[in-house]
Design a protein around this ligand. Structure first.
Ligand code: ADE
Length: 231
């Protein structure tokens, strides 16, 4: 079973409109829409924002809905001057830039006693995303790389610089690595696909509001095409 997670209502509304919904179940305040897109069954859910919501949501997908493939779609702030607003980033790996137990000898981003910094994304899902994207001709670029996650909306140049210097991530958002960690713990395949809504700097607030809708529309097209390709 495929699970699709969007953090915000705006991120799942468009997808839901393309889905035939059979059933809705609410758990932990999250509505899980069971249904199908062009004959492929899936569960679509709005997790809410941030790592805790994302982790809980992924666990429910695994435990209650037997999801083995999780796709996280949404928007993100760019960490690379070449990656512009509207462009797409698909994860090769995910890191929690705000995990810091260096006092105990761990590396920045390393989850204590788990011996891991970077959670891998499923290579086949990443590559499939790249090929469905190429066929869609959306007029934007796609980049494959590391995505950084933390419980902060990044809109300060100083924080952006810190994340860029510490991790060579392509974009920053607030759920992906938590989903990847929960997916790894449950042996689920996982991919995070994000459209850039802002540059994660002092202009982020304004850009975010302006470009959010277009970014979400493109994301939804890619997610639908990816689901179709997994038949
Ligand atoms: N999602 C979209 N833009 C973001 C940003 N600048 N920081 C964190 N999450 C985001």
């Amino acid at each position: 079973m495929i699970g699709i997670i969007g953090a915000m209502e705006e991120e799942i509304t468009n997808l839901k409109s393309h889905m035939e919904v059979f059933d809705v179940q609410t758990i932990a305040g999250m509505s899980f829409f069971k249904g199908a897109v062009k004959g492929t069954e899936l569960v679509l859910v709005r997790s809410g924002i941030g790592k805790v919501n994302a982790g809980i949501c992924t666990q429910i997908l695994a435990s209650v809905f037997n999801v083995d493939t999780v796709i996280n779609t949404g928007i993100a702030g760019s960490l690379n001057a070449a990656i512009d607003i509207g462009d797409i980033v698909v994860s090769t790996s995910l890191v929690q830039y705000d995990v810091d137990a260096r006092k105990f000898g761990y590396k920045l981003g390393e989850i204590p006693r788990m011996n891991i910094i970077e959670f891998p994304a499923d290579k086949e899902l990443t590559d499939k995303t790249e090929s469905v994207f190429a066929a869609l001709d959306l007029g934007v670029k796609l980049y494959k790389g590391m995505i950084a996650t933390g419980d902060k909306f990044v809109s300060e140049d100083s924080l952006k610089a810190e994340i860029v210097n510490n991790f060579h991530a392509y974009c920053v958002e607030m759920e992906g690595a938590a989903i990847a960690q929960a997916a790894m713990l449950n042996n689920m395949k996982c991919v995070v696909i994000r459209a850039i809504s802002d540059k994660a700097d002092n202009s982020a607030n304004v850009d975010y509001r302006t470009f959010e809708a277009k970014a979400i529309e493109n994301m939804s097209k890619i997610s639908l095409a990816l689901v179709d390709s997994l038949k």
